[in-house]
Design a protein around this ligand. Structure first.
Ligand code: ZN
Length: 128
């Protein structure tokens, strides 16, 4: 088990954490295993996607639109029902594979922390 922290700077944001995850995988020297990338937070998530500025904007614009215009009950006390719902929808963790000591992922498949209620300091837990 390992973890690291990311400071986000916006309310909605995608932060590429691929390098940090790959470094942890290398340091463990595990050859073949599953690796869980998990955020212990209910207003953030983990997304696998291409690191392209337009696509990152598309993701956030699309997700904001999905939760726009609702009269959320939870937002009356905490003003972040949208954040909790998007966190649940994109998921708070992803399971990947380590094969021959390397993280298995496609060339356009980077790992992102999806911030939905920033700015905050987020913990990323790596289980392998
Ligand atoms: Zn809340």
């Amino acid at each position: 088990m390992s973890s690291f922290e990311i400071k986000t700077s916006k309310r909605y944001e995608l932060v590429n954490i691929t390098q940090q995850v790959e470094q942890i995988v290398r340091e463990t020297k595990i050859e073949n295993s599953l690796v869980l990338v998990f955020v212990p937070h209910s207003t953030a998530g983990i997304v696998l996607t291409e690191d392209e500025p337009g696509l990152k904007k598309d993701w956030l614009d699309f997700l904001k639109k999905k939760v726009a215009g609702f009269d959320f009950e939870h937002s009356k006390i905490d003003n972040n029902a949208d954040s909790h719902i998007l966190s649940g929808l994109v998921g708070q963790g992803k399971t990947l594979m380590v094969e021959n000591g390397r993280l298995v992922r496609g060339i356009w498949q980077d790992i992102f922390l999806a911030e939905f209620d920033g700015p905050r300091t987020r913990k990323i837990k790596i289980g392998l």
